[in-house]
Design a protein around this ligand. Structure first.
Ligand SMILES: [Zn+2]
Length: 127
């Protein structure tokens, strides 16, 4: 770790342990292209609590994109009943984690996630 002089990309905290967020696979198991070390031009470093929130934000974005596709009648990972259910559970979990966080997240507001969950709740899976 060579981030001793850096600051958290989200809250700007300095002088604490930072971790480079390893993005790996997204919520739907797809690989992030920008993660290959050679192509990642703009690596971001986060303190511990922000890295947790960053992960929540990532799942939130992935699920939002798939809900948008489902709503538009396009092919979506959420067309599969188990993925649809998993996404709903994950959104509830994200809301619970955000509400329980000591420090209010600068990355993601639980109200945003609640609105997304409401959208998901009124959707039906095409059979
Ligand atoms: Zn931070």
């Amino acid at each position: 770790m060579d981030s001793a002089s850096g600051s958290c990309s989200a809250c700007g905290a300095t002088g604490i342990a930072l971790m480079k967020l390893s993005l790996g696979k997204d919520f739907f198991g797809r690989t992030y292209d920008r993660l290959s070390p050679s192509t990642d031009q703009n690596p971001q470093w986060y303190c511990e609590s922000c890295s947790v929130q960053k992960n929540l934000q990532r799942d939130f974005r992935d699920i939002t994109a798939e809900i948008d596709k489902l709503g538009a009648g396009q092919g979506s990972h959420l067309s599969a009943p188990d993925e649809f259910q998993r996404a709903g559970l994950r959104l509830r979990e994200i809301i619970a984690l955000l509400d329980a966080a000591e420090k209010r997240s600068s990355l993601l507001a639980s109200d945003e996630v609640k609105r997304l969950l409401e959208r998901l709740n009124i959707m039906t899976i095409p059979v």
